[in-house]
Write a protein that binds this ligand. Structure first.
Ligand code: TXE
Length: 499
């Protein structure tokens, strides 16, 4: 198992390619044992000023580096991440709690994103198009927006950061990144990798601090033209309001209330596997986690029975121990929130079939553990069927037919991910058309996004932008339309078109 030196336990901001200490720090806790294991800067707005100045200066040169050469650095970053995959994965489990197998998967997602976006360095396609006048040429091009701000949460501290940082960099922007102080290690490790790969100073800057101080200071910076945020709906609204005041472009990803639909013709064993993985993986702390199961009345009984059987086999504990399938919750506040929903669910009349309690794991008494939980007899209007619990908690809702299943799926304020288990091809095509979410899975759970597809959702999940995929480039580029008239005379669009 990995051990950290005393020096490694005190994190610093990364500004203009240098490690910068600050006057104030706060402690970071390992969710598996509840013990302090790191110190992270609690920066003030002056650190943000410094970072923005560095990024502003660096951007002028970085934008002039040909994109394929910017991409070469990204290839190096990907290669170093690959070499350090096991170290990164273990550190990720230490700070976030997710089980090591999942941590490895998340780090791999970052590596994939590096190579994928490096490939974009040789594309960054615009369009050429006929002009409506003779001897005239028309094209559209992508240009960097300048300095961009990235705000990331604790649940995917490396994957989400790479979805945002890598497209921004390859497109010629420079970046200020405010990671969540719950999970600061990945930002520090990535900054080391950027340095090792030869990324010019100031291209990516990491500033740690609270959302209220550093997040707000970032948004207020005039030089930052785009904010890309992932986190809670409540914070996302604040960020969007602040950005709106300044006419600043903002991309938001704010979670979901994702459902697996199980129809009467489904392969039940397959559905059970998918539900377990989507609902209890990362202890339910994924924005795509399955937190509702919408089940056809004919298979409800068997599905409940099979789920209960399989839930018994989920071992819970420290994520670094490979026998464990479910790790801890991120912190006490996360636990308290889940506990609050247990009371709400019971008061609303839902039936608790399994779980529902905080767990004490031997030798990890101060860790934040919660039992995988299943509520049944849930109706769509209940709060546990509507609100993001962000824990290993599933609500089962019975429906009479396919149409009702789709309607129940869509009757929430979020729209991130949905899934349907059925063998009927007609239903498959109707479902992918009618499910009102940005991501749809057929005969698979609600999680498992691949980096070359757009990630994001409808309604309360986002504001129309997407992370990852080629679509992420739209967040970090401005489109420019260029007309070249080689006729040697004045030609007026829409007027001289008959000539
Ligand atoms: O999220 P926040 P937190 C949900 C989940 C969780 C709850 C709280 O339900 O239990 O949110 O988690 C920064 N201006 N999700 O507190 O507060 C903050 O420092 C600018 C779901 O971690 O939204 C962090 O870097 N920035 C979600 C980031 O925003 C601000 C993933 C997210 O913090 C800010 C995470 C401000 N005023 C949490 N206030 C998902 N669905 O994936 C905070 N921040």
């Amino acid at each position: 198992m990995i051990t950290l030196s005393n020096e490694e336990k005190v994190l610093k901001n990364f500004i203009n390619g240098e490690w910068m200490d600050v006057a104030e720090r706060e402690n970071v806790y390992n969710p598996a044992d509840g013990k302090e294991f790191l110190e992270v800067p609690n920066s003030d707005a002056a650190a943000m000023d410094q970072a923005v100045e560095a990024a502003r200066i660096a951007q002028k040169d970085w934008a002039l580096v040909p994109a394929p050469q910017r991409a070469e650095i990204l290839y190096k970053i990907g290669a170093i991440m690959k070499k350090k995959k096991e170290r990164l994965s273990q550190l990720l489990t230490l700070e976030n709690g997710k089980v090591i197998e999942e941590a490895r998967g998340e780090v791999q997602e970052g590596i994939d994103m590096a190579f994928y976006m490096a490939g974009e360095g040789r594309r960054l396609f615009g369009q050429t198009t006929p002009a409506e006048l003779k001897d005239k040429f028309a094209m559209s091009q992508r240009h960097p927006v300048g300095v961009v701000g990235i705000i990331t949460p604790w649940n995917f501290p490396i994957a989400i950061a790479t979805w945002k940082t890598f497209p921004a960099m390859v497109a010629g922007n420079t970046v200020i990144w405010k990671p969540s102080s719950e999970t600061p290690m990945m930002a520090s490790e990535l900054a080391k990798i950027f340095k090792e790969a030869g990324l010019p100073k100031g291209v990516v800057n990491v500033v740690y601090g609270s959302g209220a101080t550093i997040g707000q200071a970032m948004i207020e910076q005039e030089a930052i033209r785009v904010i890309s945020f992932t986190g809670s709906n409540e914070t996302g609204r604040k960020v969007a309001t602040e950005c709106g005041k300044q006419l600043k472009k903002v991309s938001l990803e704010m979670g979901g209330k994702n459902a697996v639909i199980v129809m009467e013709d489904a392969d039940i064993d397959l559905a059970v596997e998918g539900i377990l993985w989507s609902a209890f993986g990362t202890s339910g702390q994924r924005c795509t986690a399955c937190s509702r199961v919408i089940v056809h009345k004919d298979v409800r009984e068997i599905l409940e029975k099979r789920l209960l059987e399989e839930m018994k086999g989920l071992t819970i504990g420290d994520g670094l121990d490979t026998k464990n399938k479910v790790g801890p919750i991120i912190n006490q506040a996360g636990l308290d929130k889940i506990l609050k929903y247990m009371e709400i669910g019971k008061e609303e009349g839902a039936k608790l079939l399994a779980g529902g309690k905080q767990l004490t794991v031997k030798n990890y008494e101060k860790g934040f553990y919660f039992e995988p939980t299943l509520f049944t007899d849930v109706t769509i209007d209940m709060r546990i069927a509507q609100e993001e619990v962000f824990g290993p908690v599933v609500s089962l809702i019975e429906v009479n037919d396919f149409e009702e299943a789709i309607a129940v799926n869509n009757k929430v304020k979020y729209g991130l991910s949905s899934s349907i288990y059925t063998q009927n091809v007609n239903r498959v095509f109707k479902a992918q058309r009618d499910l009102d979410t940005g991501i749809v899975y057929v005969n698979a759970g609600t999680t498992g996004a691949e980096i070359h597809l757009p990630f994001g959702g409808t309604k309360g999940t986002g504001n129309g932008h997407r992370d990852s995929g080629v679509q992420a480039l739209d967040v970090f580029t401005e489109w420019k339309a260029v007309y070249v008239d080689y006729s040697g005379k004045l030609q007026r669009a829409q007027i001289d078109t008959d000539a």
